[in-house]
Design a protein around this ligand. Structure first.
Ligand code: BG6
Length: 514
């Protein structure tokens, strides 16, 4: 396929980012992996780009008995390991804003100490109201921490008027089914109102995911064809080569449907398929996402296999390296039926999408890392070129590539130099790195900044969480009751027969992984 490179016309004026005001960030789980690999690295990035106020500090809270100096030294090390370029001066200045307090998350006294330390640090750094509590801890601890924050008066310190200055950030999973998601929300909402809660789905912080709305609604050419009249099918793929790594204990109680589908997959689906919001305000966008989720056709449990396939990786190889099967991973029970792959054939019951299949798949230990949304348009109604044997002209495909490289491509047919009826498929391709000469920023950078700015657009609202669990809980229940185990696919596979059948039933096939 031939490639055509686009260029970009810059308009700096439209790109200005707002700098965050004074803020204190309190991270629970401060000695953990997420804090060091992602959060501190992204906060440091914002700090070195001057996107944070002078009046800013981080208070790390954790169970490990670290001193401020230990925390700073561990933070320096993680930032150096996980960032491209680090200026020692900036790192010194940043480290001076980091503090640590150890304690027991279940102990009331810990929260009194946090309160006292916040008062002291608030004076020192001139931060008096704006507080972000970030729960980088296992979900089982959310309820206890939130209750203690509430009882210590930390969730609404200045009374109702000041409440939006205090924010709570929680990471997925937001529950593990509909009932637990509702319970979690009841618990959190006793202390924090919805406008204070920032539920992170890091996929929403990825540039190309954010770009879906710009592409659709800042261009006049796409929206007229963005419907059942022109689109044949949509395929969303989140394929990973990694396995469960050190998280097998968590993953074995979760599985791909809970870990990737309920959140990342459905978020991408809603952005691609939702109706135009009436404005770019957070709640107007989130209203449309929820409306779209409500339009997904519920599944008939007796015909689940026509719409859903689950798999589990067995032994295999990736890039010539031998890979053990899921059941041989440490901390996975030997008869585990947890799915590491899930594929679905979804339909959206509304005027725009009636009868257009959305094929969605996600899996671990597949042949390639590839996250993309591919929109395949209908074929031309009649080929003028059949006399040259060109009867079955390929469809145009618009691909929003999210990983490993962020970009967009559009394929179309064009004449090649040479004989009169010589035709090729061209691919017009924009790669983020090729055009902007930079890697796309880390998703957490965007999300942390938006949270400090009080912009909830890229965060999941509770009704969204509940509607998605409402849709998926019957599937989880059916799989739990099903005596059949997931289909086994070899690690490193492109796909497997049962997953292929889902599309073959419609005369289609999965796209090849990158
Ligand atoms: C996380 C999942 O939310 O997303 C992981 O819990 C998964 O299992 C990860 O590997 C994938 O994120 P990314 O950004 O690497 O695609």
């Amino acid at each position: 396929m031939q490639e055509i490179q686009p260029s970009v016309e810059e308009d700096e004026g439209l790109c200005a980012e707002t700098v965050a005001g004074p803020n204190a960030l309190v991270v629970f789980g401060a000695s953990g992996d997420l804090t060091h690999r992602k959060l501190l690295v992204s906060i440091f990035k914002l700090f070195s780009e001057d996107m944070l106020s002078e009046n800013f500090y981080v208070l790390g809270c954790g169970r490990k008995p670290f001193s401020d100096a230990d925390f700073r030294s561990k933070a320096r090390q993680s930032i150096r390991e996980n960032s491209d370029f680090v200026s020692s001066e900036a790192l010194d200045a940043f480290a001076g804003k980091l503090y640590y307090l150890d304690g027991d998350y279940g102990d009331t006294e810990f929260y009194q100490r946090i309160k006292a330390r916040l008062a002291e640090l608030g004076q020192k750094h001139n931060v008096h109201e704006s507080l972000v509590f970030y729960l980088a801890v296992p979900p089982a601890l959310y309820a206890a921490i939130v209750n203690h924050l509430g009882s210590a008066g930390l969730s609404r310190p200045g009374g109702p008027d000041s409440q939006e200055k205090v924010k709570l950030v929680i990471e997925k999973p937001f529950g593990r089914d509909l009932r637990s998601a509702i319970e979690l929300n009841h618990c959190i909402s006793r202390c924090f109102s919805e406008s204070q809660i920032y539920r992170i789905d890091h996929y929403l912080g990825k540039e190309t995911v954010q770009n879906i709305l710009m592409l659709r609604f800042a261009n006049a050419i796409f929206e007229p064809v963005w419907n059942r009249n022109y689109i044949d099918n949509v395929q969303i793929t989140i394929a990973e080569t990694v396995g469960v790594e050190h998280r097998a204990g968590y993953y074995d109680t979760s599985g791909a449907l809970r870990d990737m589908f309920q959140n990342h997959m459905l978020q991408m689906l809603t952005l691609v398929a939702m109706e135009p919001p009436i404005s770019f305000e957070a709640d107007r966008i989130r209203d449309e996402k929820v409306r779209l989720l409500r339009s997904i056709r519920p599944f008939d449990p007796s015909r689940l296999d026509d719409f859903w396939v689950r798999g589990q990786y067995g032994p295999g190889s990736i890039d010539g390296k031998k890979i053990k099967g899921y059941l041989d991973e440490a901390s996975v029970s030997e008869d585990s039926r947890t799915e590491t792959f899930v594929a679905a054939r979804l339909f959206i019951d509304n005027w725009r999408w009636q009868s257009v299949p959305f094929y969605c798949r996600t899996g671990k230990r597949l042949a390639a890392k590839d996250t993309e949304i591919a929109i395949t348009f209908k074929k031309v109604p009649y080929s003028l070129f059949s006399s040259a044997g060109l009867d079955n002209l390929p469809s145009n495909v618009l691909v929003l590539q999210i990983q490993p490289e962020e970009g967009i491509s559009l394929s179309f047919q064009a004449k090649r130099p040479g004989s009169k009826l010589c035709m090729s498929t061209l691919n017009m391709r924009f790669s983020y790195r090729g055009v902007f000469f930079a890697e796309a920023p880390e998703a957490y950078r965007r999300l942390l900044l938006d949270c400090m700015l009080g912009d909830q657009t890229l965060f999941t609202r509770q009704d969204d969480v509940e509607v998605s669990w409402q849709l998926l809980t019957p599937i989880l229940q059916a799989w739990e009751q099903d005596a059949q185990a997931p289909h086994i696919y070899p690690a490193g596979a492109e796909s497997f027969p049962e997953a292929n059948k889902l599309l073959e039933a419609d005369g289609r096939a999965w796209r090849t992984l990158l």
